[in-house]
Every structure is written in structure tokens, then in C-alpha cells.
Design a protein around this ligand. Structure first.
Ligand code: IMP
Ligand code: MG
Length: 180
């Protein structure tokens, strides 16, 4: 079993790059099918989703645009419950659009609960959520339940493939889980 040490903690490799690529292709296939003939706006959530967004968007065959927002709800290893919008979208970019939020991981759903309402307030026609991973056991907001999911995972802290610990480990090519 491959393990790594970061910040004095041990993480165990849980999903390899090939497995993750399979999930992303599945998500892309579903979106390409469901949105056929339309041009949804993809909204990637920085920082964590930049790797997933790049991999997903290159598998999208729709005539779509992608933009990015930057939100922050996490402080090191736990959700603070408060959302800060560090980089937003203009109303004119959102109004009347079918939006697909591209998020790295939906945990408590606080971020997605906030963002769905925010985009609707800005005039979005529809808002759906695509994420690489979700932790169903941790979800606190029903409306934050993602529509397109790479993989449901256990309620444990993960790093790699965009997921970070205090900004580190995003560049790992696999997903690693904190050892209990
Ligand atoms: P939520 O608002 O509680 O759903 O948290 C969502 C955000 O927390 C995600 O965008 C991630 O950036 C971060 N997050 C949640 N779980 C993890 C994890 O296991 N590892 C790294 N970041 C996480
Ligand atoms: Mg994030």
C-alpha cells in the first residue's frame, strides 16, 4: 500500500489516476448526453477544482464556455461554515444561462448551498453541480446534493488530484486518504 507523509500525517493511496480518469469520462458522457444541443456555462470553483475542471472540460463536446469563481469555506482541515466570495461572476454572464458548477468535492454542502442560491439570484436559468467526489454522510443541505458525481467517498479527509491540505498536495496524481 502506497503511503505519503505530509504535515506529520500519513495518507494512504485510495484511487489511482486511471480510476479517476474513468470517473471523469463518465461524468463528461452524462453531461454531453443531458445537455445535447444546448450550450451550458461551466463554472469552475477555484482553487480545488482547477484540475478536475481541466480534465472534465476537455471531454465536453458541447459548444460551451467555462469561467471560474473563487470561494473559500475551508480552513485547513475543517469547514468553517462561512463562505467568502473572493472572485465572482458578473450578473450579465449568469443571467438566463444553464449553469454547471464544477466543484472538486462536496462535503457538508455549505459551499454549494450558498452558490446555487447566489447564481439563481443573479438570474441563472438552471444550476446543476458536477463534482469529482462527494461525502454523502457529511451532507447537510439537500439542495447541495450534486447532480453529477465522479465517486461517492467515505467521510474522511482526502488529498491529491486538486484536493489540498493547507494548499499542499493538489499536484498528486492519485487521491490519498488520511490514515486514522
Ligand atoms: P463544504 O462547503 O463543506 O461542502 O466544503 C466544500 C469544500 O471543502 C471543497 O470545495 C473543498 O475545497 C473542501 N474540502 C472538503 N472536504 C475535503 C477533503 O477531504 N480534502 C480537501 N478539501 C476538502
Ligand atoms: Mg474547494
Amino acid at each position: 500500500m502506497k503511503t505519503i507523509e505530509i504535515d506529520g500525517k500519513t495518507f494512504v493511496e485510495t484511487f489511482d489516476a486511471e480510476t479517476i480518469t474513468g470517473w471523469i469520462q463518465n461524468v463528461a458522457n452524462q453531461i454531453n448526453h443531458d445537455y445535447e444541443g444546448t450550450d451550458p456555462l461551466f463554472v469552475g470553483i477555484l482553487n480545488g477544482a482547477f484540475i478536475f475542471a481541466a480534465d472534465l472540460f476537455r471531454r465536453i463536446t458541447l459548444n460551451s464556455r467555462i469561467q471560474f469563481m473563487r470561494l473559500r469555506s475551508y480552513d485547513n482541515m475543517s469547514s468553517t461554515g462561512q463562505i467568502q466570495e473572493l472572485l465572482g461572476l458578473e450578473d450579465k454572464d449568469v443571467a438566463g444561462k444553464d449553469i454547471i458548477i464544477v466543484e472538486d468535492i462536496v462535503d457538508t454542502g455549505t459551499t454549494m448551498h450558498y452558490l446555487k442560491q447566489r447564481l439563481k439570484d443573479q438570474g441563472a436559468k438552471s444550476v446543476k453541480i458536477a463534482c469529482l467526489c462527494t461525502k454523502p454522510e457529511a451532507l447537510k443541505f439537500e439542495d447541495a446534493k450534486p447532480d453529477y458525481v465522479g465517486k461517492d467517498i467515505a467521510n474522511l479527509f482526502v488529498i491529491g488530484y486538486g484536493f489540498d491540505i493547507d494548499g499542499l498536495a493538489r499536484n498528486l496524481n492519485a487521491i490519498y486518504t488520511l490514515k486514522k
